[in-house]
Design a protein around this ligand. Structure first.
Ligand code: ZN
Length: 98
């Protein structure tokens, strides 16, 4: 795991949300044809879960979501549906998994 930006510096991951968020990325997320796919290894899954738990301990009450979950709610339903995703990452359902 590599920390590429100190937590006290504003990130550049999710436009409009960087001032109050921490971006976590994993290497992969595409199949051999370049299409979005959950390609995480068991080690990546474990490391991601560990990191999120550490961050939630440090910043209790934070919302954990995927980049795609920050897409605009075009139909104002209150839910970001797959057709509204402007990005596919992280290619798995963060809310149910983490
Ligand atoms: Zn992303």
């Amino acid at each position: 795991m590599v920390n590429t930006r100190p937590l006290n510096r504003i990130g550049a991951h999710a436009k409009g949300h960087n001032r109050y968020s921490i971006g976590i990325c994993y290497e992969g997320g595409l199949d051999k044809d370049g299409k979005p796919k959950d390609t995480r290894t068991p080690e990546q899954r474990a490391a991601l879960r560990r990191l999120v738990n550490e961050l939630l301990t440090r910043f209790p009450g934070c919302k954990v979501c995927g980049h795609r979950d920050l897409s605009p709610d075009q139909n104002r339903s209150g839910k970001i549906e797959p057709y509204e995703w402007t990005k596919q990452c992280p290619c798995f359902d963060v809310v149910t998994e983490l």
